[in-house]
Write a protein that binds this ligand. Structure first.
Ligand code: HEM
Length: 394
C-alpha cells in the first residue's frame, strides 16, 4: 500500500491507508515523493514535541516551497526557536483564551446573520453559505481587512492551496493566486500606513522585534505579509473544514446529533471529537536535523518526515474503538491542533467559533439531511474537507 497525499481517492477516505501504515509500516518511506511518515499516536506526539530534531524551517508540506518565498515572506510556522518564539510573541496576546472570549458576541452576531436566511429558505450550502464566510469575517475583521476585499482574498487563498491529482507540482493557478495574495497584502500595508484602522496588521506595522544580538528593529514588510498570509489562511481554511466535517458526520449519525439539541454543554466535546475523527490538518511535515532511528531504520539528517495527525488520532493503541464517532468520548489531548512549540495559535478562537456555530445551527435546524453524492471535497496537500455541502431541512 502507498501513501500519496495528492491522490484524490486518498482524500475521499484516507483512514484505511492510515490503518495499514500503523500496522505494517509505522515508519513509512515513499522514495518517489521523498518522504518518510510516522503514523502512530505516540510517535507523532513525541516527534511533534522535539523541534530540535524535527525542524519546521524548510516548510511543513510534502511539496518543497520555493526558498525565495521563505526569505521574502517569513512565517513563524516555518521557523524554529528562538526566532519562532520571538515572532509568535508578537501576536500571541491577541489569541489568548481571555482575549478571544471577548469576541463571542461579535462571532454570534455574524453566525446568526449567516444562518437566518438559510433557516428561512430551509437549507443551502453549508460551506459556501456558512462555514466559509463565518471564520472569514472573524479573522479578516481581526486583521483589519476591508469588507469589500474579503471574498476575493478568500478565493485566492483557496486557489493557492488547490492541487492537481496525484502530483506535488504546484499548479500555475495556485502560483498565480499566491502572487495576487502577496500583492494584495503589500497594497494593504501601504494603505494602512496612510489610513490606520484598529486591526492586528496595524499593530504589526508598529511592533518591534529583537534580533539574535539583542537589538530591536521594526518588522519588514515581508515579515508582516508573512503574518497576514499565515493568519489569513490558518484562520480561514481549517475552521471552514472542521464545521462542515461536523455537519456531515452529525447528519450521518442522527443519534449523535440529537444529543446536542438543547444541550449546549455537550457541544465543546463534540467539537473535539470531530477534530479527532476528521482532523482538517492531516499531517505536519518536518525535516530531520540529525540521523534518527525508527523501528530499526535510520532516517538520515535532511530527510523530510510527515507526522500523520490524521492517522494518530485514529490509533487504536491510544483510543478504544478509534473508528467510532462518539461525541461523548474523553479526549485528553487535542492532537488535531498540533503539539509542541507550534501548537495552534488559534485553538481558542477555533473552539469558540465552532461552539457558537453549532449552538446556533442546532437551534435552527433540529433535523437536516445532506446528500453526500452532491458534496465536493477540496484537494489540498494537508487540509482535508469539503468545498461544497448542500443541506436541507427534513
Ligand atoms: C479547527 C481549526 C484549526 C485547526 C484544525 C488548526 C490546526 C493547526 C495545527 C495542526 C497547527 C500546527 C502546525 C505545525 O505543527 O506545523 C496549527 C498552527 C497554527 N494555527 Fe491553527 N488550526 C485551526 C484554527 C486556527 C485559527 C482560527 C487560527 C487563527 C489565528 C490558527 C492559526 C494558527 C497559527 C498562526 C499556527 C502556527 C503556530 C506556530 O507556528 O507557532 N489556526 N494549527
Amino acid at each position: 500500500m502507498h501513501l500519496n497525499p495528492f491522490s484524490y481517492e486518498f482524500h475521499q477516505d484516507p483512514y484505511p491507508t492510515y490503518r495499514w501504515l500503523r500496522d505494517n509500516a509505522p515508519l513509512y518511506h515513499n522514495p518517489d515523493l521523498s518522504f518518510y511518515a510516522l503514523s502512530r499516536f505516540r510517535d507523532v506526539v513525541a516527534a511533534s514535541q522535539d523541534w530540535r530534531t524535527y525542524s519546521s524551517a524548510e516548510g511543513t508540506l510534502v511539496e518543497r516551497l520555493d526558498p525565495r518565498m521563505f526569505e521574502a515572506t517569513p512565517m513563524m510556522i516555518f521557523t524554529d526557536p528562538p526566532r519562532h518564539d520571538r515572532l509568535r510573541k508578537l501576536v500571541s496576546s491577541v489569541f489568548t483564551p481571555r482575549r478571544v472570549a471577548e469576541l463571542e458576541p461579535f462571532i454570534r452576531e455574524v453566525t446568526i446573520r449567516l444562518l437566518e436566511p438559510l433557516a428561512a429558505q430551509g437549507g443551502g450550502d453549508f460551506v459556501k453559505d456558512f462555514s466559509a464566510p463565518l471564520p472569514m469575517e472573524v479573522i479578516f475583521t481581526m486583521l483589519g481587512v476591508p469588507a469589500d476585499d474579503r471574498r476575493q482574498l478568500r478565493g485566492w487563498m483557496d486557489q493557492s492551496l488547490d492541487r492537481d491529482r496525484d502530483t506535488p507540482a504546484i499548479p500555475a493557478r495556485a502560483i498565480e493566486a499566491s502572487m495576487h495574495l502577496m500583492q494584495y497584502w503589500l497594497g494593504l500595508l501601504w494603505s494602512l500606513r496612510r489610513n490606520p484602522n484598529d486591526g492586528l496588521i496595524r499593530g504589526l506595522l508598529e511592533a518591534t522585534i529583537s534580533d539574535d544580538e539583542g537589538g530591536e528593529s521594526k518588522l519588514s514588510d515581508g515579515e508582516i505579509v508573512g503574518f497576514c498570509s499565515l493568519l489569513g489562511a490558518a484562520g480561514n481554511e481549517t475552521v471552514t473544514k472542521l464545521l462542515a466535517n461536523a455537519a456531515v458526520l452529525l447528519a450521518r449519525q442522527p443519534d449523535q446529533y440529537v444529543k446536542l439539541l438543547g444541550a449546549a454543554q455537550a457541544i465543546p466535546n463534540a467539537v473535539e471529537e470531530v477534530l479527532r475523527f476528521w482532523p482538517p490538518s492531516q499531517y505536519q511535515g518536518r525535516t530531520v536535523t540529525r540521523d534518527v532511528e525508527w523501528y530499526g531504520t535510520t532516517v538520515a539528517a535532511g530527510s523530510r518526515i510527515l507526522l500523520l495527525t490524521g492517522s494518530a488520532t485514529r490509533d487504536e493503541r491510544e483510543y478504544a474503538d478509534a473508528d467510532r464517532f462518539d461525541i461523548e468520548r474523553s479526549i485528553p489531548l487535542a492532537l488535531g491542533f498540533g503539539q509542541g512549540v507550534h501548537f495552534c495559535l488559534g485553538a481558542s478562537l477555533a473552539r469558540l467559533e465552532s461552539r457558537v456555530a453549532l449552538e446556533e445551527f442546532t437551534r435552527r435546524f433540529p433535523r437536516y439531511a445532506i446528500d453526500e453524492n452532491r458534496c465536493r471535497r477540496v484537494h489540498m496537500s494537508n487540509v482535508h474537507g469539503f468545498e461544497s455541502v448542500p443541506f436541507q431541512v427534513v
